[in-house]
Design a protein. Structure first.
Length: 215
């Protein structure tokens, strides 16, 4: 596959799953991605500090849910294609990255368990969020939530999301949302990781349980 070697075969017993809580939110100056850090194998916690926020280009990142092997393989392939795109045409837009994710997920929908949220920043379009659920469709949204924990916070997010929030307001909104998902979803847990994407680049944030358990 153009020199990329990835193994997307599921484990025969207890697939390693990112049964998870992920989200991405546009704000005044760009976009922020966030996720919990728990990875499970069946009923067991395989990793408590997984990083589910994956860089595919300088200012384009994705959140991954579903099979850990599948989503990492797809992200690796997209990163490769975006490097080729950059060499030929210059910096890719978030929409370009989302289109590649969508094509890979749709053309392999019978073999993949992958739910992806793609978010990024470029000078023309500013912050953008695209959701790519199982099956490979693509949806542009002001904010997107996904994963097993998302079912518990749809109402909270609909009530509390506001357009053109500041960075601090958006971080607080996401921390509150993900902490509620972690509280109620047994497959979500660990730390909350975030990536802030603006014209200045990418900034990583991390919140430990003591930072959000009493919210």
């Amino acid at each position: 596959m153009n020199g990329i070697q990835v193994d997307i075969n599921h484990l025969k017993k207890g697939e390693v799953s990112l049964g998870t809580s992920i989200m991405a939110v546009t704000f005044r100056d760009g976009v922020i991605l966030g996720a919990d850090s728990r990875t499970t194998t069946g009923a067991y916690i395989a990793n408590r500090v997984t990083d589910k926020l994956t860089r595919v280009h300088e200012k384009v990142w994705c959140c991954r849910s579903g099979s850990a092997a599948d989503t990492q393989a797809v992200a690796d392939i997209v990163q490769h294609y975006l490097e080729l795109y950059t060499a030929q045409f210059g910096e890719p837009s978030t929409k370009t990255a989302a289109s590649i994710f969508k094509t890979l997920c749709y053309e392999n929908k019978d073999n993949l368990t992958a739910g992806i949220i793609v978010a990024g920043y470029d000078e023309k379009n500013k912050g953008e969020v695209y959701s790519i659920p199982l099956g490979g469709s693509v949806h542009k949204q002001k904010y997107a939530i996904a994963g097993s924990g998302s079912t518990f916070i749809y109402g909270y997010c609909d009530k509390n999301y506001k357009e053109n929030m500041s960075k601090d307001e958006t971080v607080s909104f996401m921390k509150n949302s993900l902490s509620q998902a972690i509280k109620w979803d047994g497959s979500s847990g660990g730390v909350i990781r975030m990536v802030v994407l603006t014209k200045d680049g990418a900034e990583r944030l991390i919140f430990y349980p003591e930072d959000y358990e009493n919210l």
